[in-house]
Design a binder for this molecule. Structure first.
Ligand SMILES: [Zn+2]
Length: 104
């Protein structure tokens, strides 16, 4: 009997790789993690490592926003007349939209 001619040798070999539980796969880095290391959102999941990275990125962007705002405020300060009073600058900054609440 020639084994190479038997029916089972002609069957395509299918490797069954089990699909990971989508709730354990991070939508950002696509790594499979322990469920305790995943935060679930609507149709997305983020692992704690990626969440931590996002926090760093958010802090960096907030820092850039702050620096840009201070740069703008310094421009305003430099455009004030020589003999301005502190309150004049504060009114000007307020009028330009720099407020503690309510945004710009
Ligand atoms: Zn991740």
């Amino acid at each position: 009997m020639n084994l190479s001619e038997t029916w089972w040798t002609r069957q395509p070999v299918k490797w069954e790789i089990p699909e990971p539980d989508p709730e354990t796969v991070c939508s950002f880095c696509h790594q499979q993690k322990d469920k305790a290391e995943i935060i679930a959102g609507p149709k997305v999941h983020i692992c704690l490592d990626c969440a931590s990275l996002c926090t760093e990125i958010a802090a960096e962007r907030e820092k850039e926003k702050r620096e840009a705002a201070v740069k703008e405020m310094l421009k305003i300060e430099q455009s004030m007349p020589e003999s301005y009073q502190a309150a004049d600058l504060m009114y000007r900054l307020y009028d330009e939209g720099y407020r503690k609440e309510g945004g710009q």
